[in-house]
Design a protein around this ligand. Structure first.
Ligand code: THU
Length: 136
């Protein structure tokens, strides 16, 4: 799948954001190894700490459908009608990604279908803590 197609789906998912508190709309589109795309948006709550990020929504949808292998995720967000700056995944989402993805997993951070960056998970979460640190 082309990066621009995945970004388009993330931009669509962003429109479904439920964010009455921050006003920040975030969309994500996650491609599984078998070619299925799961989208997600951020979902806020009056009890702020219960908010779920767009990336985690996409991951949990895919994981709960039984998918375990992932290729790439596109993320787009911001408070404006259209994204104006690169909106990088928060630390919690990076840690969730590291639980299920390898160091080469790719993260697109997109302003538009033409304007985006691509980083590996290792670039965004170096020296990570994981299962191998707590198991034999
Ligand atoms: N948010 C995401 O959806 N993804 C991130 O990686 C960072 C933050 C959301 C959560 C909250 O609804 C809003 O952006 C402001 O933090």
């Amino acid at each position: 799948m082309e990066n621009r197609e995945l970004i388009k789906l993330a931009l669509e998912a962003r429109k479904k954001a439920y964010s009455p508190y921050s006003g920040c709309k975030v969309g994500a589109a996650l491609l599984t190894a078998d070619g299925i795309v799961y989208t997600g948006c951020n979902i806020e709550n009056a009890s702020y700490g219960l908010t779920v990020c767009a990336e985690r929504t996409a991951f949990f949808k895919a994981l709960s459908d039984g998918h375990k292998d992932f290729e790439i995720i596109a993320v787009t967000g911001g408070r404006e009608e259209k994204p104006e700056t690169y909106f990088y995944p928060c630390g919690a989402c990076r840690q969730i990604m590291s639980e299920f993805c390898g160091a080469d997993f790719k993260i697109i951070t997109a302003v538009s279908e033409e304007d985006y960056t691509v980083n590996s998970l290792n670039e965004l979460l170096p020296f990570s803590f994981g299962r191998e640190d707590i198991t034999d």
